[in-house]
Design a protein around this ligand. Sequence first.
Ligand code: E4P
Length: 223
Amino acid sequence: MKLIIDDANIEKVKKVWELYPCDGVTTNPSILAKSGRNPYEVLSELREIVGKDGELHVQVVSKDAEGMIEEAKVIREKLGENTFVKVPTTPQGLKAMKALAAEGVNITATAIYTPMQAFLAAKAGAKYTAPYINRIDNFGYNGVQVAMDIQDIFENNNLPCEVLAASFKNSQQVLELTKYGIGASTVATDVIEGLIKNAAIDAAIDAFNKDFESITGEGKTMA
Ligand code: E4P
């Protein structure tokens, strides 16, 4: 499973990218709005952080297919052809996906709340589909189960599309989908840091270091 950073705060993304084994960054208009800056300025800095091979996902805002296609063109011109264009999975979005896929554009179908939306996006040529785990949970449904159902639908229908689960709020949601072996999870920086935050780990390391210092003296290492 790929681990992707769902954030556009440059300092936070830089820190997480440096420490954790991540594969790219996803953004959406709300995430970009938090910076209060020109979107392309922020996106260019994100592209620099992930490098030319890291995944960068950028969402279009037009509601009609023609507008989405035009935006996709500009996004790829400014940020590189390997940039994934996030297209909302609406009827107009499906129309745009079919046209963009025919031109070899990498598409991430987004705003996925139901398995059938994902099925249609995959048939329209999307490379990823992004179900919103926590938002689905908040409706009283089971977001993790929806993502698993989508993965099963892709496998059973031989659709070459991956699940890119999004909208996580806790480690347990990420763990369940990691166990299931979905294609990718995109996770906010604070939730990524929470994946490895555990007082027992710190206590174990402190105890090892204290024992080591008892034979070598304070501040000594194996170097
Ligand atoms: C990713 O594709 C989504 O835009 C994002 O994960 C939504 O997350 P949220 O539900 O925390 O806003």
